[in-house]
Design a protein around this ligand. Structure first.
Ligand code: HAM
Length: 429
């Protein structure tokens, strides 16, 4: 029997994990500079939580959740996203009593039964944050700027930020009427899903991927025209603050997002490599969600980005890949010895060095080339090269495998300070 990873999942092998670690470390550093602290929640929750928060009419809830029943017939779902869990934890642990504005970040696997393709998986990984407890538009702009900072720190350079406002309940009701009026007699031409959406959740029609629906909806008046005065003022203030923060954006009146909890600000970062229907990440405000889930009335905003997608984009923009390749070498020596007779002194030297650093050596004497290849395969930072003449003089060559430079050291100097030899080019002795 042959086993394989479930469709839509992937192994992150050691050769790739350095890039993942670099992305996660860069994200944590940016979050911490903005005063966010990490929160970790379970990867499964009561199914009902997602129905309530993400929305019963969304594709995520209708088609994409991994649900299961436990031994006591309770219904759970693997989390399809992080916001619902963070909000559940916020309410359950009464986090508002600790501080009025909670700035929380998280990272980890999420699960959606999606159709696997480039940048779309069934287990994927998000890095996200939630600023819980403020309606101030400056918070929106800072969250958006923070997300851009992470993407740039990850090495993604060709970014475009799409911005929209979905307004409040008043706006939604008014815009629903606009949409129903717009489709009027032509509603029969919409796909059957959209005909139902038009009644239950008209904004979703804008998000439909069916070509005939997209064509029909091309001339829809923008939601901005239906914004309530409060929502309009908020949207304008977010744009002003983004300008103050030096964040470029394009207004995108068709941006509605795939989850139902959004109010007012909605945004996505896009990258040319992934195409326009696949965002690197996105987010928005959800001012009603906490109250709807049984907590106090608490306006909030957040975003998540997809790690797989960011790594694809960064590889394309190549900086992260190059950086990770350099960082992927682990500090340590591959001890190359040239000929049988040097095995014994090499073993003695390795034993001394291993008191403080990693040393690898091949018990079978092989050619210089074969040993150097092995050093490279093991991704060690340095090689030590011991030939007859070095051994006779009590010396050894230290080669920096990332930079390519080399120095010759006294063996006694190397054993006295092996970490020094790993840290720098050293003195030529
Ligand atoms: P979302 O737009 O559903 O938002 O997902 C955010 C990001 O997760 C996407 O832009 C994408 O990069 C990644 N993603 C989603 N599905 C997949 C998939 N099947 N394969 C690979 N990557 C995927 C949310 O999840 C919201 N919780 C964001 C948020 C936080 N809003 C407010 N706070």
């Amino acid at each position: 029997m042959k086993y394989s990873a479930p469709r839509g999942t992937q192994d992150i092998l050691p050769a790739d994990s350095a890039a993942w670690q670099a992305l996660e470390a860069a994200s944590r550093a940016v979050f911490e500079r903005y005063g966010y602290r990490e929160i970790r929640t379970p990867i499964f929750e009561q199914k009902e939580l997602f129905l309530r928060s993400v929305g019963e009419q969304t594709d995520i809830v209708q088609k994409e959740m991994y649900t299961f029943t436990d031994r006591k017939a309770r219904e759970f779902a693997l989390r399809p996203e992080g916001t619902a869990s963070v909000i559940r934890a916020y309410i359950e642990n009464r986090l508002w009593t600790e501080r009025p504005l909670q700035k929380l970040y998280y990272l980890g696997p999420m699960f959606r039964y999606d159709r696997p393709q480039k940048g779309r998986y069934r287990q994927f990984h998000q890095i996200g944050c939630e600023a819980v407890g403020s309606l101030n538009p400056l918070v929106d702009a800072e969250v958006i700027a923070l997300m851009g900072d992470i993407l740039r720190a990850a090495g993604v350079s060709r970014l475009s930020l799409h911005l929209n406002s979905l307004g409040d309940a008043e706006t939604r009701a008014a815009y629903g009427e606009v949409l129903r009026g717009y489709f009027g007699a032509r509603r029969e031409e919409l796909c059957s899903d959209c005909q139902a959406r038009l009644e239950l959740n008209p904004l979703r029609v804008l998000d439909c991927k069916v070509e005939s629906c997209q064509k029909l909806s091309a001339g829809i008046p923008p939601i901005e025209d239906s914004l309530s005065p409060d929502s309009r003022a908020h949207y304008e203030a977010v744009q002003r603050w983004l300008t103050v923060l030096g964040v470029d954006f394009v207004k995108d009146p068709r941006l509605v997002r795939g989850l139902d909890y959004y109010t007012r600000t909605a945004f996505e970062y896009h990258h040319g490599e992934l195409g326009s229907s696949v965002a690197l990440g996105g987010g928005g405000r959800y001012d009603r969600l906490i109250a709807e889930c049984g907590g106090p009335d608490t306006p909030s905003i957040g975003f998540s980005l997809g790690e797989e997608r960011v790594l694809l984009a960064a590889a394309q923009d190549s900086q992260l890949a190059a950086q990770a390749a350099a960082e992927a070498r682990t500090p340590g020596f591959y001890l190359v010895y040239l000929g049988d007779t040097l095995l014994e002194p090499a073993v003695r030297l390795a034993r001394q060095l291993r008191n403080s650093v990693r040393v690898e050596l091949d018990p079978e004497p092989r050619s210089l080339k074969a040993q150097m290849r092995q050093a490279d395969n093991l991704k060690l930072s340095h090689a030590l090269i011991l030939g007859e003449s070095e051994q006779a003089a009590g010396r050894i060559v230290v080669k920096d495998l990332a930079g390519g430079t080399q120095v010759t050291l006294e063996q006694s100097a190397l054993t006295a300070d092996p970490l020094g030899a790993l840290a720098g080019p050293g003195r030529d002795g």
